[in-house]
Design a binder for this molecule. Structure first.
Ligand SMILES: *Cc1c(COP(=O)(O)O)cnc(C)c1O
Length: 388
């Protein structure tokens, strides 16, 4: 095994999330699995084939390098990869050859796409990303007319897979006015494009939060990131969902299951007298005779230094608090009150052990990071295994 800790991906948890989300969006809507950020830390290499086995055939990445990785690890010929963000003009040729679709939010990219498609004698699959109010990326009114002319003129070189946009914070009611305006703007853009004879295979706008909070944004395809991994975009979205779906509330059961666990082992234990300092410096002093276990995980693995004396891991089904500084490759935990801890015992950093759970949410509440941010910081070099 060699690695000091590893990631497990639960296929049954993922299957459950996909089932819940598919039931919710309806069977005619395409489920696009968002796998940017190394599949939110889950690992593109392992996640993509697992998702394919669970019936997913549309994947979205941020950039061309991620697309390349996804193409390398997908096993099904009809699985499609879509780039939502960065692709250099020099990579467009590759994308067309590989049947990878990509967003168009600039005329320059559109021009280069037409040139390359002409040269390759193969149509490029594109998504028109419209500016509806996020003011980040997206074709706005001033450019759209020219884009439309270019698309109509090069009809045989461009296949319009999608017309799309992205919402500026659909997880929070504080953005309600802005998001609602975006939905309206998108609709009027679609009418305009339709009048101009441009219709896409998929109109798609919804991320997890929009899907759950604004069902009218679901359209032909949803781009689901965080929810498929078993996390609500935020607490507000979860509370709102429970309120509107009292059947779930009654069951008190979260329909989403965490796909990822992060596990290690006790490397060594030692007993230390009262009044001693543990590890570097003086951040932690024993208040009694304590049993300390060392775990081969540190800030180089994404276990943040600011979890010093604050973080918690699970050992033998109990919560063990971090005692002392988090080191680069190592942390020390107090296991005095957990009977029989010894070298080789499983340590859970994220996930279940016995009837206890360390969620990324509790992990991130301790550090004030979002689920998203904590997940993507889990290093890609840790081995990842699929478990049933
Ligand atoms: C990241 C992303 C998504 C998915 O967002 P989640 O909140 O994780 O569901 C959808 N669309 C775009 C354009 C994104 O960048």
């Amino acid at each position: 095994m060699f690695a000091p800790s590893h990631i497990e991906l639960s296929k049954s948890a993922f299957r459950q999330n996909v089932k819940f989300l598919r039931d919710y969006i309806g069977k005619d809507v395409t489920f696009c699995s968002v796998i940017k950020g190394n599949a939110y830390g889950h690992g593109i290499e392992q996640f993509v084939p697992m998702a394919e086995e669970c019936g997913i055939s549309h994947f979205a990445v941020f950039s061309a390098d991620e697309a390349r990785l996804a193409c390398k690890h997908k096993n099904k010929a009809d699985s499609h990869v879509m780039i939502m963000g960065m692709i250099g003009n020099e990579e467009i040729e590759w994308a067309i050859e590989q049947d990878v679709s990509f967003y168009i939010f600039e005329l320059d990219r559109l021009k280069k796409t037409v040139e390359q498609a002409k040269r390759l004698e193969k149509p490029a699959r594109i998504h028109l990303h419209l500016e509806t109010g996020m003011n980040r990326l997206g074709l706005d009114n001033s450019k759209l007319k020219e884009a439309v002319e270019m698309i109509r003129k090069n009809d045989e070189l461009l296949s319009v897979d999608g017309i799309c946009t992205h919402y500026a914070g659909a997880e929070s009611v504080s953005n309600h006015v802005r998001v609602t305006e975006q939905i309206e703007n998108f609709k009027s853009y679609c009418s305009y494009l339709q009048e101009e004879g441009i219709e896409a295979k998929w109109n798609h706008t919804a991320c997890s939060a929009a899907t759950l909070n604004y069902p009218e944004t679901i359209m032909d395809m949803v781009r689901i990131g965080i929810a498929q991994y078993g996390f609500w975009p935020n607490r507000e979205t979860y509370m709102k969902f429970l309120k509107n779906h009292s059947d779930f509330d009654k069951l008190h059961e979260d329909p989403l299951r965490r796909v990822m666990s992060w596990k290690s082992r006790v490397m060594s234990t030692k007993t230390v007298d009262a009044g001693e300092f543990i590890g570097y410096g003086t951040t932690y002093q024993t208040s009694r005779k304590e049993k300390i276990a060392s775990v081969p995980i540190g800030y180089s693995h994404g276990f943040k230094r600011n979890l010093t004396n604050i973080g918690i891991v699970l050992v033998n089904g109990e919560r063990a608090p971090v005692a002392g500084l988090v080191n680069m490759n190592l942390l020390t935990v107090d296991v005095t009150d957990i009977p029989g801890v010894s070298k080789g015992d499983e340590v859970v950093i994220i996930g279940h052990q016995g009837d206890k759970e360390m969620s990324v949410a509790s992990f991130s509440e301790m550090t004030n990071y979002l689920n998203y941010e904590v997940l993507v910081q889990i290093p890609s070099r840790l081995p990842r295994h699929i478990v049933e």
